[in-house]
Design a protein around this ligand. Structure first.
Ligand code: SF4
Length: 264
């Protein structure tokens, strides 16, 4: 939190996470009820308080809001958002959707682009279910080498594994061998979204499975709530859960700072 960062949000996800914020066993239809033909830009879309809060980054009905642009245009757009129009202390966060789907084959072209020279740290915000493409794994190891030598934590995998409160199936969402493979390539932590005691029990079970498979990284817990009203209801409860378990607590700094804005 607080690190100057550029977010690259890529399209597509293998999940829907329609269970967030819903009573157990129920799925949200908030996003389904939004008519995509009423919107021509991302920022004017309604925010949802249940289900995946970035639905427009994977739901094909909203694909027209995420135009396909080539690597040159992506690199130029990224560097244009940097305060000095060149990389200094900024961090590139690649998110989605799920950024480790087929996009793995596209990143080397982007990261080798001359405009990306000087970038030292990348975080992938992933749901932790997508194995590495072997070529991309090797590419990342080579990419991080120089930066690690200069003392940077070059690669981070922020794994937001989906517990049953997401509405996704355990067998598909908790894939410890995939996460263990990430930690061989970069700093990897789990970030679990919680609301209640049932979520806490599910989190304990998941952490046990990851540990048994050899995962050694930190565990963060985060309150559910892409919108302020939901977030302020449960942030303290989740902070107390973290204290009880000896896990780390992650706030959602963008919620109090920017309130309910798209793109935060
Ligand atoms: S994994 Fe993330 S982006 Fe995909 S549906 Fe779930 S919350 Fe949304």
């Amino acid at each position: 939190m607080g690190v100057p960062s550029v977010f690259l949000r890529v399209f597509g996800c293998n999940f829907k996470c329609a269970g967030f914020g819903m009573p157990p066993g129920e799925l949200s239809n908030e996003a389904i009820n939004i008519d995509p033909t009423n919107y021509t830009d991302y920022k004017s879309l309604p925010l949802v308080s249940t289900g995946c809060d970035s639905y427009a980054s994977w739901d094909p009905r909203f694909k027209h809001l995420s135009p396909v642009i080539d690597t040159d245009a992506v690199a130029l757009a990224i560097v244009d958002t940097l305060p000095h129009k060149e990389w200094r202390d900024e961090h590139l966060v690649i998110t989605g959707g799920e950024p480790l789907l087929g996009w793995q084959r596209a990143y080397p072209d982007l990261l080798d682009h001359p405009k990306m020279a000087g970038l030292k740290e990348i975080t992938f915000e992933t749901n932790g279910t997508q194995p590495f493409d072997p070529k991309f794994r090797q590419y990342l190891l080579n990419w991080s080498l120089g930066n690690k030598e200069r003392g940077y934590n070059a690669l981070t995998f922020s794994v937001s594994a989906k517990l049953p409160c997401s509405g996704e199936r355990w067998e598909e969402a908790i894939v410890p061998e995939v996460v263990c493979a990430y930690q061989e390539v970069g700093y990897t932590y789990l970030k679990l979204v919680l609301t209640n005691e049932q979520d806490l029990q599910d989190a304990e079970r998941a952490v046990e499975e990851y540990r048994r498979a050899g995962f050694t990284g930190h565990v963060y817990v985060m309150p559910v709530g892409g919108v302020e009203r939901v977030y302020t209801l449960n942030n303290r409860v989740v902070a107390e859960m973290a204290m009880r378990k000896g896990w780390r607590y992650s706030d959602r700094l963008q919620v109090p700072l920017f309130k309910n804005e798209w793109g935060t």
